[in-house]
Design a protein around this ligand. Structure first.
Ligand code: IDP
Ligand code: MG
Length: 146
C-alpha cells in the first residue's frame, strides 16, 4: 500500500522527551482536533543512521552531536499528518523552536522549557516533508508518489 502526498502531508515526531513525559496523546489530540487527518503512526527507536539523514541540514551546527544523542535516546512516535496546508498548520500548532519563545497555546509553549527538549518535530516545507516521510515510512511514501 502507498499513500498519496496530496492532500498536503507532513511528518510529525513526538521526540523522546515527549514520549518519556507521556505527551503522545496530547500531541495527537491537538492534531486531530485541528481537523488534520492522521494517515500513519508508528513508535520506533531512531538509530544513528536515520538521525543523521533526518537532521542532515544541521550537520555543521554546534548542537548537532547533542541533537543526535537526544533523538536516539529513546523511542519516538512518527506521525504522517494530512490536510490543506498541513506543513504550516503543524508548525503553528508546535510553536517556535525555542520553547521559551513559543506562544502559550502551542505544544512547545505549553509543555516545553529548553530548546534541546522541545517535544516535537514538524517538517518545515512540502519538499522536506516528502523527504522525511520517505525516511520514516519508506513503505508508505516513496518518491514515486510525491
Ligand atoms: P525546528 O525543530 O523548529 O524545525 P530546527 O532549527 O530545524 O528547528 O532545529 C532542529 C532541532 O535542533 C530543534 O527542534 C532542536 O531540538 C534542536 N536545536 C535547534 N537549535 C538549537 C540550539 O540552538 N541549541 C540546541 N539545540 C537546538
Ligand atoms: Mg527543522
Amino acid at each position: 500500500m502507498t499513500i498519496n502526498f496530496r492532500p498536503e502531508t507532513t511528518l510529525v515526531l513526538v521526540k523522546p522527551d515527549g514520549v518519556r513525559r507521556g505527551l503522545v496523546g496530547e500531541v495527537v489530540a491537538r492534531i486531530e482536533r485541528k481537523n488534520l487527518k492522521l494517515v500513519a503512526m508508528q513508535m520506533l527507536r531512531v538509530d544513528e543512521d536515520l538521525a543523521r539523514r533526518h537532521y542532515s541540514a544541521h550537520v555543521d551546527k554546534p548542537f548537532f552531536p547533542g541533537l543526535l544523542e537526544f533523538i536516539t535516546s529513546g523511542p519516538v512516535v512518527a506521525l504522517a499528518v494530512q490536510g490543506e496546508g498541513a506543513v504550516e498548520v503543524v508548525r503553528n500548532l508546535m510553536g517556535a523552536t525555542d520553547p521559551k519563545k513559543a506562544a502559550p497555546g502551542t505544544i512547545r509553549g505549553d509543555f516545553g522549557l529548553v530548546v534541546t527538549e522541545n517535544l516535537v518535530h514538524g517538517s518545515d516545507a512540502v519538499e522536506s516533508a516528502a523527504h522525511e516521510l520517505g525516511l520514516f515510512f519508506p513503505e508508505l511514501f516513496s518518491r514515486t508518489n510525491a
